[in-house]
Design a protein around this ligand. Structure first.
Ligand SMILES: Cc1cc2nc3c(=O)[nH]c(=O)nc-3n(C[C@H](O)[C@H](O)[C@H](O)COP(=O)(O)O)c2cc1C
Length: 231
Protein backbone atom coordinates (compact mmCIF):
# COMPACT_ATOMS: atom_id res chain seq x y z
CA UNK A 1 0.00 0.00 0.00
CA UNK A 2 2.85 2.30 0.86
CA UNK A 3 4.32 1.51 -2.51
CA UNK A 4 0.95 2.30 -4.13
CA UNK A 5 0.81 5.60 -2.30
CA UNK A 6 4.34 6.43 -3.39
CA UNK A 7 3.36 5.56 -6.96
CA UNK A 8 0.32 7.78 -6.69
CA UNK A 9 2.42 10.58 -5.28
CA UNK A 10 4.90 10.21 -8.11
CA UNK A 11 2.15 10.19 -10.67
CA UNK A 12 0.54 13.30 -9.25
CA UNK A 13 3.97 14.93 -9.07
CA UNK A 14 4.42 14.13 -12.76
CA UNK A 15 1.03 15.64 -13.55
CA UNK A 16 1.93 18.78 -11.58
CA UNK A 17 5.32 18.91 -13.33
CA UNK A 18 3.60 18.49 -16.64
CA UNK A 19 1.14 21.27 -15.85
CA UNK A 20 3.86 23.59 -14.62
CA UNK A 21 5.99 23.00 -17.69
CA UNK A 22 2.99 23.52 -19.96
CA UNK A 23 2.21 26.84 -18.29
CA UNK A 24 5.89 27.79 -18.45
CA UNK A 25 5.99 26.84 -22.12
CA UNK A 26 2.85 28.85 -22.81
CA UNK A 27 4.17 31.84 -20.93
CA UNK A 28 7.62 31.64 -22.45
CA UNK A 29 6.10 31.56 -25.94
CA UNK A 30 4.05 34.63 -25.08
CA UNK A 31 7.08 36.35 -23.55
CA UNK A 32 9.17 35.52 -26.59
CA UNK A 33 6.44 36.88 -28.81
CA UNK A 34 6.17 40.07 -26.78
CA UNK A 35 9.93 40.38 -26.61
CA UNK A 36 10.38 39.92 -30.37
CA UNK A 37 7.61 42.34 -31.17
CA UNK A 38 7.83 45.07 -28.54
CA UNK A 39 4.69 47.09 -28.54
CA UNK A 40 4.63 50.75 -29.32
CA UNK A 41 3.03 52.58 -26.46
CA UNK A 42 -0.52 53.52 -27.29
CA UNK A 43 -1.33 56.56 -25.24
CA UNK A 44 -4.53 57.32 -27.10
CA UNK A 45 -7.27 58.21 -24.70
CA UNK A 46 -10.80 56.84 -24.95
CA UNK A 47 -12.25 57.34 -28.42
CA UNK A 48 -15.78 58.64 -27.96
CA UNK A 49 -16.76 57.73 -31.55
CA UNK A 50 -15.83 54.10 -31.05
CA UNK A 51 -18.55 52.89 -28.72
CA UNK A 52 -18.22 49.13 -28.59
CA UNK A 53 -21.37 48.53 -26.55
CA UNK A 54 -23.40 50.42 -29.15
CA UNK A 55 -21.97 48.31 -31.99
CA UNK A 56 -22.58 45.10 -30.02
CA UNK A 57 -26.21 46.15 -29.49
CA UNK A 58 -26.63 46.94 -33.18
CA UNK A 59 -25.42 43.54 -34.38
CA UNK A 60 -28.17 41.04 -34.87
CA UNK A 61 -28.74 37.86 -36.78
CA UNK A 62 -29.99 38.56 -40.30
CA UNK A 63 -31.83 35.80 -42.14
CA UNK A 64 -32.81 37.49 -45.41
CA UNK A 65 -30.52 39.36 -47.78
CA UNK A 66 -30.89 41.53 -50.88
CA UNK A 67 -29.09 40.74 -54.12
CA UNK A 68 -26.67 43.64 -53.57
CA UNK A 69 -23.09 42.41 -53.66
CA UNK A 70 -20.78 43.28 -50.80
CA UNK A 71 -18.06 45.60 -52.07
CA UNK A 72 -14.62 43.96 -52.24
CA UNK A 73 -12.99 46.63 -50.00
CA UNK A 74 -15.65 46.04 -47.35
CA UNK A 75 -15.07 42.30 -47.55
CA UNK A 76 -11.36 42.90 -47.10
CA UNK A 77 -12.08 45.08 -44.06
CA UNK A 78 -14.28 42.42 -42.50
CA UNK A 79 -11.68 39.70 -43.14
CA UNK A 80 -8.97 41.94 -41.68
CA UNK A 81 -11.02 42.30 -38.50
CA UNK A 82 -11.17 38.49 -38.33
CA UNK A 83 -7.42 38.32 -38.73
CA UNK A 84 -6.93 40.46 -35.62
CA UNK A 85 -8.87 38.08 -33.38
CA UNK A 86 -6.91 36.61 -30.49
CA UNK A 87 -6.31 32.86 -30.61
CA UNK A 88 -4.78 30.50 -28.06
CA UNK A 89 -1.00 30.81 -28.12
CA UNK A 90 -1.51 32.91 -31.28
CA UNK A 91 -1.76 29.70 -33.30
CA UNK A 92 -4.40 31.22 -35.64
CA UNK A 93 -6.05 27.94 -36.67
CA UNK A 94 -8.75 29.70 -38.70
CA UNK A 95 -8.93 28.97 -42.42
CA UNK A 96 -11.66 30.94 -44.18
CA UNK A 97 -13.05 30.12 -47.62
CA UNK A 98 -14.80 33.13 -49.15
CA UNK A 99 -17.60 31.94 -51.40
CA UNK A 100 -19.11 34.42 -53.88
CA UNK A 101 -19.56 32.60 -57.17
CA UNK A 102 -23.25 31.66 -57.63
CA UNK A 103 -22.35 28.06 -58.55
CA UNK A 104 -20.45 27.75 -55.27
CA UNK A 105 -23.25 29.34 -53.23
CA UNK A 106 -25.40 26.52 -54.62
CA UNK A 107 -22.88 24.06 -53.20
CA UNK A 108 -23.21 25.70 -49.74
CA UNK A 109 -26.99 25.36 -50.06
CA UNK A 110 -26.59 21.59 -50.10
CA UNK A 111 -25.41 21.88 -46.49
CA UNK A 112 -27.56 24.79 -45.25
CA UNK A 113 -29.89 27.46 -46.60
CA UNK A 114 -28.22 30.74 -47.47
CA UNK A 115 -31.15 33.19 -47.08
CA UNK A 116 -30.57 34.80 -50.49
CA UNK A 117 -26.99 35.76 -49.61
CA UNK A 118 -24.38 36.47 -52.27
CA UNK A 119 -21.48 35.78 -49.93
CA UNK A 120 -20.65 33.03 -47.45
CA UNK A 121 -17.55 32.52 -45.36
CA UNK A 122 -16.79 28.90 -44.57
CA UNK A 123 -14.85 29.25 -41.35
CA UNK A 124 -12.70 26.20 -40.73
CA UNK A 125 -10.20 25.20 -38.07
CA UNK A 126 -6.90 23.60 -38.84
CA UNK A 127 -6.81 20.79 -36.29
CA UNK A 128 -3.01 20.57 -36.67
CA UNK A 129 -2.67 24.08 -35.35
CA UNK A 130 -4.55 24.18 -32.08
CA UNK A 131 -3.73 24.27 -28.44
CA UNK A 132 -4.76 21.31 -26.28
CA UNK A 133 -5.18 21.94 -22.56
CA UNK A 134 -3.23 19.12 -20.92
CA UNK A 135 -5.39 18.94 -17.77
CA UNK A 136 -8.48 17.69 -19.58
CA UNK A 137 -7.45 17.65 -23.26
CA UNK A 138 -9.86 20.43 -24.08
CA UNK A 139 -9.07 21.85 -27.49
CA UNK A 140 -8.97 25.61 -28.00
CA UNK A 141 -10.06 25.43 -31.65
CA UNK A 142 -13.77 26.14 -31.25
CA UNK A 143 -13.06 29.03 -28.88
CA UNK A 144 -10.65 30.51 -31.42
CA UNK A 145 -13.15 30.17 -34.25
CA UNK A 146 -15.92 31.68 -32.10
CA UNK A 147 -13.85 34.78 -31.46
CA UNK A 148 -12.87 35.09 -35.12
CA UNK A 149 -16.53 34.82 -36.12
CA UNK A 150 -17.55 37.49 -33.65
CA UNK A 151 -14.91 39.85 -35.04
CA UNK A 152 -16.20 39.16 -38.56
CA UNK A 153 -19.85 39.78 -37.62
CA UNK A 154 -19.21 42.94 -35.61
CA UNK A 155 -17.02 44.37 -38.34
CA UNK A 156 -19.71 43.58 -40.91
CA UNK A 157 -22.33 45.32 -38.80
CA UNK A 158 -20.15 48.40 -38.48
CA UNK A 159 -20.22 48.56 -42.30
CA UNK A 160 -24.01 48.14 -42.47
CA UNK A 161 -23.78 44.49 -43.51
CA UNK A 162 -25.88 41.82 -41.86
CA UNK A 163 -24.79 38.30 -41.00
CA UNK A 164 -25.83 35.02 -39.48
CA UNK A 165 -23.47 32.54 -37.92
CA UNK A 166 -24.48 28.98 -38.72
CA UNK A 167 -23.35 25.93 -36.79
CA UNK A 168 -26.04 23.45 -37.81
CA UNK A 169 -24.81 22.69 -41.32
CA UNK A 170 -23.56 19.34 -42.55
CA UNK A 171 -19.75 19.60 -42.43
CA UNK A 172 -19.21 16.53 -44.60
CA UNK A 173 -21.13 18.07 -47.50
CA UNK A 174 -19.07 21.26 -47.19
CA UNK A 175 -15.86 19.23 -46.96
CA UNK A 176 -16.70 17.31 -50.13
CA UNK A 177 -17.97 20.27 -52.15
CA UNK A 178 -15.00 22.50 -51.33
CA UNK A 179 -12.18 19.90 -51.38
CA UNK A 180 -11.39 20.35 -47.70
CA UNK A 181 -8.83 17.87 -46.32
CA UNK A 182 -9.57 15.75 -43.23
CA UNK A 183 -7.37 17.78 -40.88
CA UNK A 184 -9.38 20.92 -41.67
CA UNK A 185 -12.74 21.03 -39.90
CA UNK A 186 -15.51 23.20 -41.35
CA UNK A 187 -16.65 24.75 -38.06
CA UNK A 188 -19.05 27.57 -38.90
CA UNK A 189 -20.62 29.40 -41.79
CA UNK A 190 -20.93 33.17 -41.73
CA UNK A 191 -23.61 34.13 -44.21
CA UNK A 192 -23.44 37.80 -45.09
CA UNK A 193 -25.22 40.48 -47.07
CA UNK A 194 -27.30 43.61 -47.03
CA UNK A 195 -30.43 42.90 -45.00
CA UNK A 196 -33.73 42.61 -46.83
CA UNK A 197 -35.67 43.99 -43.86
CA UNK A 198 -33.17 46.14 -42.00
CA UNK A 199 -31.60 45.35 -38.63
CA UNK A 200 -33.37 44.44 -35.40
CA UNK A 201 -34.05 47.01 -32.69
CA UNK A 202 -30.87 47.42 -30.61
CA UNK A 203 -33.02 47.69 -27.49
CA UNK A 204 -34.38 44.12 -27.97
CA UNK A 205 -31.76 42.76 -25.56
CA UNK A 206 -33.74 43.96 -22.55
CA UNK A 207 -36.05 41.00 -23.17
CA UNK A 208 -33.97 38.72 -25.44
CA UNK A 209 -31.00 38.31 -23.12
CA UNK A 210 -30.85 36.89 -19.63
CA UNK A 211 -30.38 39.35 -16.82
CA UNK A 212 -26.75 40.00 -15.99
CA UNK A 213 -27.15 38.44 -12.55
CA UNK A 214 -28.35 35.19 -14.15
CA UNK A 215 -25.03 34.69 -15.91
CA UNK A 216 -22.47 36.57 -13.83
CA UNK A 217 -21.46 35.80 -10.27
CA UNK A 218 -18.81 37.25 -8.08
CA UNK A 219 -16.05 35.57 -6.11
CA UNK A 220 -17.61 32.10 -6.08
CA UNK A 221 -20.03 29.97 -8.05
CA UNK A 222 -23.53 30.86 -7.12
CA UNK A 223 -26.67 29.55 -8.79
CA UNK A 224 -29.02 32.35 -9.70
CA UNK A 225 -32.42 31.91 -8.17
CA UNK A 226 -35.21 34.21 -9.29
CA UNK A 227 -37.09 33.14 -6.14
CA UNK A 228 -34.32 34.40 -3.86
CA UNK A 229 -34.30 37.68 -5.75
CA UNK A 230 -38.01 38.19 -5.21
CA UNK A 231 -37.78 37.70 -1.46
C1 LIG B 1 -22.30 29.14 -32.45
C2 LIG B 1 -23.59 29.64 -33.10
C3 LIG B 1 -24.27 28.79 -33.93
C4 LIG B 1 -25.42 29.24 -34.57
N1 LIG B 1 -26.05 28.42 -35.45
C5 LIG B 1 -27.12 28.87 -36.13
C6 LIG B 1 -27.73 28.06 -37.13
O1 LIG B 1 -27.30 26.95 -37.41
N2 LIG B 1 -28.80 28.57 -37.79
C7 LIG B 1 -29.31 29.82 -37.54
O2 LIG B 1 -30.27 30.21 -38.19
N3 LIG B 1 -28.75 30.62 -36.58
C8 LIG B 1 -27.67 30.18 -35.89
N4 LIG B 1 -27.07 30.98 -34.95
C9 LIG B 1 -27.64 32.31 -34.66
C10 LIG B 1 -28.29 32.33 -33.26
O3 LIG B 1 -29.52 31.66 -33.32
C11 LIG B 1 -28.46 33.80 -32.82
O4 LIG B 1 -27.19 34.40 -32.73
C12 LIG B 1 -29.14 33.89 -31.45
O5 LIG B 1 -30.47 33.45 -31.53
C13 LIG B 1 -29.13 35.31 -30.90
O6 LIG B 1 -29.74 36.20 -31.80
P1 LIG B 1 -28.95 37.48 -32.33
O7 LIG B 1 -27.74 37.00 -33.09
O8 LIG B 1 -29.92 38.20 -33.26
O9 LIG B 1 -28.57 38.33 -31.17
C14 LIG B 1 -25.92 30.56 -34.32
C15 LIG B 1 -25.21 31.40 -33.48
C16 LIG B 1 -24.05 30.96 -32.87
C17 LIG B 1 -23.29 31.91 -31.97
Amino acid sequence: MLRDLAGYKNRSATVVDCRTSFINLYNSRICRFLYLYPRKKNNKQENKDMNFLELAKQRCTTRGFTEQQIETEKLQQILSAGRLAPTACNRQPQRIIVVRQPENIVKVQKAYKTFGSQCVFIVCRDTRNELIRPFDNKCSGDLDIGIVCDHLMLSARELGIGSVMVGLFDPEIIRKEFNIPQYIEPTALIILGYPENGFLDPERHSTERKKLEETVMYETYNEYSALDKRR
